[in-house]
Design a protein around this ligand. Structure first.
Ligand code: PLP
Length: 851
């Protein structure tokens, strides 16, 4: 536990070069090569070592800085870069144009607050553990490029990120380098007095937990990071933000209280201090920061005369919840007693009754508080992260909407995307003709220069593969030195891998469902593929196991044992310490990106998208994003043995399919060269991938979708709910209370379906549906009565349903006409649903009466 990074930044930079400080602290340099070039030109060798402009400024000799301060050419370039950054930060972008073109009644938020427990922006700010954090970083960067007014917020961990190495026998060893925030591209948020802003949340026993707030600049987006390591905190509270996902439930709930409630308070204070517009929409990336909704209820309660239910209606309108968990067992839960311990004395959220808090997280098991359920109950809009995961989520959470078919559960999906300018090799965007920030933004792949030849693309692919080979050799050697080998016996690491051999990458965290070792299922077949005389394959494997997951570490050890064998070590490696810096080389240099999760346990997966943008083809189980985007010619789908319940048999079948694909399709296509040595078939698959997949996997597509389908509609509902002293929220709360009271008495008394005289039941012919409904005390305008028609099979369950609203005809009578949608056996029913202008969907309240 040493490796504390300490250096002073501002002291030594001459006045003439102050522009460099802003360029170094705004993380836009991480996706803007010209800014990196500027820093590299100060001292190329040093930059290659530190790869971080801020460290550059700290470590470049003062004499060199003085020299540069007198160099007119360097000064001009610095000025130019500063002006370019200023333009980027201030000019209107996509969002501003979109707002200008807004239709009648369409609103967009003045700001969106985006909550996440981790943010992976760059290795220079190591505050993430894996995919969820990198996704959050990509979300902020794309929001910045699009001009979406967003504020990111989450904890800053003192050891946010563990480094992985291996013991001699291949066991994962963790190190936790402790960061020193003052050496990172962060600025402390201060009060006008100059004192640090302290966000405060109450802890049981009359104590307070304090956090200071660090601000990172991700292009246009401020990222606020809460840090409890302040002197004023008791010793145990200082450690709340010590580690990401470490510790017991008590530690975790403190982190989540800080992220949600403290995060909300940090955002409020930030906006007050800087004049940034206060957010209207609040997006939580997974449920861990879900307590933010309760803090907003508290705010509304404190401000006026609203009841809890009225406040809840207002808060729900502006909350978006994205779930990433495909299995119930993986949902975040606490003991009810633990929640009571923190919320029970009323100090944490004054005015908010703990029983109401507990009700929001209630699940089947009365001793458990379900954080995801709370997230869904506090958010009017929710989504999964791929089409398949949306479907899985609707099934998993269906019991919150009893009486509805799974497809009607109001959880939709936005497929994740990746930030192109971060992940695409600059050589690739240069070749394809994209401007660095715009590549793929136009959405149809038409931005690609049509004059680029197969030969040019193939030469670049070779170059990127070559870069990866060098990186593999360097890292393999370093890993062996760490495992205790001496430099003298490591000559062989200079000869491993070959820049002309088909290169397969497999890198990810190592939970069981990702099946790191599926490829080892039949070691002889794997060895044969690696060592094939004419069509060899080389494989790079990387991945970290959660420090507490012994099973995951055992899988890593299995891989390491396999690759330690001198017979295969030139063709297959395990590289320790998978992170963003290694990932970059892998996504760019591999020819094939392999992914073998147990379907449907991968919610989305994003590494394959980053690979695709660089012309690497995917070879994957049809899970997550690949289930949706695989089109038969942009890569390969490993057939899944869905329905085979014996997991070992399933692994055998899927592994065999993988070997078959690699040996019979992938390798032959890669090595099928024409007279000039170019694999035309392979290259045409890359072109197809770049053109068709390229635009769809971009984070800019994802963020635009959130703006159009979530942030915009949420802002519209928020405006309606809060206008005129929360009139809308009051009306909705009163409506909910009325529906709650009357609903048990509502019933469909009778229904009828008839064809106009002379017609028969023929596809497309109009039929009239009538229904008589006992509305109890409700008005006709309080409900939507629908006819539902669909196919019926052996049972009377309706499938492929079509719904048609029936119009009120007075005295509880409803009627309407529908056209028969299909031939064959059909059935129909009638149902009653709640209706209120501020509901996002008729299923939202989970209430329905069926005939
Ligand atoms: C993209 C990325 C991930 C997520 O990849 P998956 O395909 O979701 O496993 C994890 N770690 C790093 C460093 C990444 O860049």
């Amino acid at each position: 536990m040493k490796a504390v990074r300490r250096f002073t930044v501002h002291a030594r930079v001459p006045d003439e070069l102050t522009g460099l400080t802003e360029l170094a602290t705004n993380l836009r340099w991480t996706w803007h090569p010209p800014t990196r070039d500027l820093f590299a030109s100060m001292d190329d060798a040093l930059f290659r070592r530190v790869r971080d402009p801020l460290r550059m400024l700290a470590e470049v000799p003062a004499s060199r800085l003085d020299e540069l301060a007198r160099d007119p050419e360097f000064l001009a370039r610095t000025r130019e870069a500063s002006e370019d950054l200023r333009r980027y930060l201030t000019e209107p972008r996509w969002f501003q144009r979109r707002v200008e073109q807004a239709g009648d009644g369409e609103r967009f938020p003045g700001a969106v607050a985006y909550f996440s427990m981790e943010f992976g922006v760059h290795e220079a700010l190591p505050n993430y553990s894996g995919g969820l954090g990198v996704l959050a970083g990509d979300h902020l960067k794309a929001a910045s490029d699009l001009g979406v007014p967003m504020i990111g917020v989450g904890p800053l961990y003192r050891a946010g990120y563990f480094r992985q190495s291996l013991s001699l026998d291949g066991w994962q060893v963790e190190h936790y380098p402790v960061i020193d925030p003052s050496g990172l591209p962060l600025e402390l948020l201060t009060e006008p007095s100059g004192e640090p802003v302290h966000v405060r949340v109450a802890m049981p026993g009359g104590r307070d937990l304090l956090a200071q707030v660090w601000q990172a600049r991700v292009g246009r987006v401020p990222l606020l990071l809460l840090d409890t390591d302040v002197e004023e905190n008791d010793e145990d509270l200082r450690g709340v933000t010590d580690r990401l996902y470490g510790g017991d439930d008590d530690h975790r709930i403190r982190q989540e209280i800080l992220a949600g409630i403290g995060g909300m308070r940090a955002v409020r204070r930030y906006c007050e201090l800087t004049g940034h517009p206060q957010p209207e929409v609040f997006h939580t990336n997974e449920g861990h920061a879900g307590f933010l909704g309760l803090e907003r209820v508290r705010e509304v309660l404190a401000a006026g005369e609203l009841t809890f239910d009225e406040a809840l209606s207002a808060v729900r309108a502006g909350t978006v919840f994205t779930t990433h968990t495909p299995v119930s067992a993986g949902l975040d839960r606490f003991e009810v007693d633990l929640v009571r311990h923190y919320f029970g004395d009323g100090r944490l959220l004054p005015g908010v009754d703990v029983e109401r808090v507990l009700a929001l997280g209630a699940e089947d098991d009365p001793r458990r508080f379900n954080v995801a359920y709370m997230g869904l109950r506090l958010a009017q809009r929710a989504n999964g992260v791929s089409a398949l995961h949306g479907k899985v989520s609707r099934r998993m959470f269906a019991k919150l909407w009893p009486g509805f078919d799974t497809e009607e559960v109001p959880i939709s999906s936005v497929t994740n995307g990746v930030h192109g300018p971060t992940w695409v090799a600059r050589e690739m965007s240069a070749l394809l003709g994209g401007r660095d920030e715009e590549w793929g933004h136009d959405g149809d792949g038409s931005g690609i220069d049509p004059n680029v030849t197969d030969e040019q693309l193939w030469a670049l692919r070779r170059e990127l593969r070559g870069n990866l080979v060098e990186e593999v050799r360097r890292r393999a050697r370093e890993a062996w030195l760490q495992r205790g080998a001496s430099a003298l016996e490591l000559g062989w690491t200079e000869r491993i891998f070959d820049p002309d051999v088909l290169t397969v990458g497999f890198a990810r965290r190592v939970p069981t469902y990702k099946r790191l070792t599926l490829m080892l299922r039949d070691p002889d077949r794997l060895r044969a593929l690696l060592l094939d005389d004419s069509r060899p394959i080389q494989i790079v494997v990387a991945g970290k196991s959660h420090p507490a997951d012994e099973g995951g570490k055992a899988l890593i050890q299995q891989i390491v044992k396999f690759v330690d064998d001198p017979a295969v070590r030139e063709r297959m490696v395990f590289l320790p310490d998978y992170g963003m810096s290694m990932a970059r080389y892998l996504y760019r240099g591999c020819d094939v990106w392999l992914n073998t999760p147990t379907r449907p346990l991968e919610a989305c997966g994003t590494s394959g998208m980053k690979a695709a943008l660089n012309g690497c083809l995917n070879l994957s189980i049809r899970d997550g994003w690949w289930d949706e985007y695989y089109d038969g010619s942009n890569g390969w789908a490993i057939p899944t043995a869905d329905g085979v319940t014996d997991p070992l048999l399933r692994d055998d079948l899927e592994a065999a399919a993988l070997y078959d694909l690699l040996g019979q399709q992938v390798a032959p296509l890669f090595y099928d060269r024409d007279a000039s040595g170019v694999p035309r078939g392979w290259i045409s698959m890359i072109w197809h991938t770049l053109r068709t997949l390229g635009p769809r996997v971009q984070a800019s597509r994802m963020v635009r979708e959130y703006v159009e389908s979530y942030y915009g509609p949420a802002a519209t509902t928020v405006a309606a709910a809060t206008a005129d002293g929360y009139a809308g929220a009051r009306s909705l709360a009163a409506y909910r209370a009325r529906v709650d009271a009357c609903w048990p008495l509502v019933r469909v008394v009778s229904t009828d379906l008839s064809v106009d005289s002379g017609d028969a039941f023929v596809v497309g012919s109009p039929v009239r549906v009538t229904a008589r409904v006992d509305l109890a005390e409700l008005d006709e305008s309080d409900v939507e009565v629908q006819a539902v028609v669909g196919r019926v099979g052996d049972t009377d369950d309706l499938a492929d349903v079509v719904t048609v609203p029936l119009s009120p005809c007075g005295r509880g009578e409803f009627a309407g006409t529908l056209r028969l949608p299909f031939a064959g056996s059909l059935g129909y029913t009638v149902r009653v649903l709640p209706r209120h202008p501020l509901l996002a969907s008729p299923a939202e309240l989970g209430k329905v009466v069926l005939a």
